[in-house]
Structures are given as C-alpha cells and as structure tokens.
Design a binder for this molecule. Structure first.
Ligand SMILES: Nc1ncnc2c1ncn2[C@@H]1O[C@H](COP(=O)(O)OP(=O)(O)OP(=O)(O)O)[C@@H](O)[C@H]1O
Ligand SMILES: [Mg+2]
Length: 321
C-alpha cells in the first residue's frame, strides 16, 4: 500500500534522507521512530505529496505521489506535525472546507463530515472556533480532517505530542480503531505508544533505516538476559553476600553475578546475567542447597528505549560531532 524507494532529500547541502526504502502492506499499523532530526517528518511530507524528494519516489496504492498526485492524494489522509489548523474557523466549517478541498463528492459531503465528526467525538464542539479548543480537541479536529475523504492510508506525524495522559489514551484508542480498516504510519517519540498501537516498528537515524521489526522482537533479548534475585536465609542465620555470589556463579548457565542493594531488611539482592541457557531452575535448586529462600526471581526485559538508544545513539553522536 505504501512503497518508499531510495528516497533522498537534500535541504541545501544538508542531506536529510540518504536513500530510504521500505514497504507497508495494506492494513498494517506501523510506528515510525527516530531521534530529533532523523528525517521522519521529511519522509512523511514526501509521502503525503507536500514535499518533492531530491531522488527516489514514494508510491501509495501503486500511484506515484509526485507524478500522479491528484489520484494518490485521494487515498491519503495526512496529519502534519504540530497540526496546523485555521484558528478562526468554526470546527464544522473547517471540515466543510477540507471536504471541498479534498474534492469529496458534493452529495456525499454531509455524510462524510458526519462520519468523521462521530468517529472523532466532535459533536459537542462543532460550533466552536478552533482557537477556543483544548489541545486534545484540536488533535481530534486534525484527525477528522485527515479522514473526511475516507482515505485508505493515514500518515500521522506525532499525533499525541503535547497531550495529557488521558487525552493520549483517547487519541491512541481512536488511532487503533482507525487502524482496523486503514493502513497507518505514525511517528512518535513515545515508545510505549508503539508497543500498544503498532504491529511493526521502523526506526530511522540520520536519514537511514536502522531497524524494521515487530515491537516484540525489538524488545526480545536474543537469548541472553538478566535476572533480578532477592534471597533471605531460611533459618534466620546472617547472610553473607560473598558466599551467595560464589554459589550463584557456579550455577550452570549463569555468566555473571553482582550483589546489589535490597530494599527489604535481612535480605540480599543480586543481578545475574545468563547466556543461551535459562538458569532459573538450577538457581532454585542451588538456593535450597544453600539454605536460602528465593523471595524474588524476576527476568528483566530489554526495553524498546534500550533498543532505540542502541540503534540510534551512534549516529546521533556522529551528528553532534
Ligand atoms: N525546511 C527545511 N530546511 C532545511 N532543513 C530542514 C528543513 N526541514 C527539515 N530540515 C532538516 O532535515 C533533517 C530532518 O528533519 P525532520 O523534520 O524530517 O526530522 P524529524 O525526524 O521529523 O525530527 P523531529 O523528531 O524533531 O520531528 C533535520 O536535520 C532538519 O534540520
Ligand atoms: Mg518531525
């Protein structure tokens, strides 16, 4: 449904996109991540047909957005970064204006506007000026404008930026609902958003694609992992961190043990690293043998933040240098 082929974008001498390519099949909801200045908005503007690339092309539904722009734009709903709206228009008038500009058939206009209003929960504010609206409602207006012509592809550039946590949940819910019937690409800096909304994540850094995977795979630790353990003595004897550390180090599968602070009195905390073999069962046996009670044994997952920083950190540093 979306095809990006070797996109290059130069602003003067600066190269914002350095040959970006990816495909998005119909119905997928894709999260588009990257640090500030990575080229997300540039890509989305090109995809929406509002910016021409220096090289390469963008196709939506098989149509080139640059050379077949009128037909392509019918398929595209676009919520630009910072959601620029006509402040002094009434909500309803702004939707009429957009429906007309988007060439929605005259006879269908009323129905399409009504559907977008209902979808985005705007009934209460139809008669208000946009300048009077809260940020959350402005975002809903932006989304209603993006879907008024019933596009099959939605391009949403940071749709939840600047919203409070309640509004974020509401807008996210709305996007998820829209994602059931549309192909969606959304950029965000909120990594948890991607985990709750998207089935696929694209990460770009410095104008290049650095990751393309499911959120689950990007947070899987690839066989290796970390365990957090808290132990107490079974018979009330004083615990010795050194002795426990040595015992845990000898457990098959464990590749590293570090004694850490524990918040509970008369307990000891440990961080254990392991390789391909999961050592949890063997650790339990070891604890029993040592006269220890294992109060806690928790596997800590790699966060999407960790993956993001790992994949984009280097190029961010390069950029600063
Ligand atoms: N109109 C412009 N003129 C010159 N340079 C620009 C212009 N727009 C963007 N850039 C540059 O292109 C690069 C990519 O910008 P872009 O806005 O696409 O990044 P982004 O990933 O959307 O960042 P953010 O997360 O901050 O929104 C940046 O280095 C930016 O400074
Ligand atoms: Mg941006």
């Amino acid at each position: 449904m979306i095809r990006i082929e070797g996109l290059v974008k130069r602003y003067g001498t600066a190269e914002a996109l350095k040959g970006l390519s990816f495909d998005v099949p119909k119905g997928q909801v894709v999260g588009f991540l990257g640090p500030n200045g990575a080229g997300k908005s540039t890509t989305m503007r090109i995809l929406a047909g509002s910016l021409t690339p220096t090289a390469g092309r963008a196709l939506v539904g098989g149509l080139d957005v640059a050379t077949e722009s009128v037909a392509a734009r019918r398929l595209i709903g676009y919520l630009p970064e910072n959601n620029p709206l006509y402040e002094d228009l009434m909500v309803l008038d702004s939707l009429r204006f957009v429906a007309e500009a988007r060439q929605v058939d005259k006879r269908r206009r009323r129905d399409r506007i009504a559907a977008a209003v209902e979808r985005c929960g705007l009934t209460q504010v139809l008669g208000k000026d946009i300048s009077q609206l809260s940020k959350g409602y402005r975002q809903r207006v932006g989304l209603a404008q993006a879907i008024v012509h019933d596009p099959s592809v939605l391009i949403l550039d940071e749709p939840t930026t600047g919203l409070d946590p309640n509004q974020i949940v509401e807008i996210r819910e709305l996007i998820r609902e829209l994602g059931r019937e549309k192909t969606v690409i959304l950029s965000t800096h909120i990594l948890s958003e991607v985990q709750s909304t998207c089935s696929r994540v694209l990460i770009i850094a410095d104008g290049r694609l650095v990751a393309d995977d499911s959120p689950e795979r990007l947070t899987a630790s690839g066989g290796e992992g970390t365990l957090h353990a808290v132990v107490a003595s079974r018979d009330g004897q004083r615990l010795d961190a050194g002795t426990v550390t040595s015992a845990f180090k000898a457990v098959p599968g464990v590749t590293g043990v570090e004694s850490v602070a524990s918040d509970e009195a008369d307990t000891l905390g440990f961080v254990l690293r392991f390789g391909a073999e999961d050592p949890r069962r063997a650790l339990f046996d070891c604890a029993v043998k040592q006269g220890l009670v294992l109060l806690e044994l928790r596997r800590t997952q790699v966060s999407l933040e960790d993956t993001f920083r790992k994949l984009t950190g280097q190029s961010a540093q390069r950029k600063v240098a």
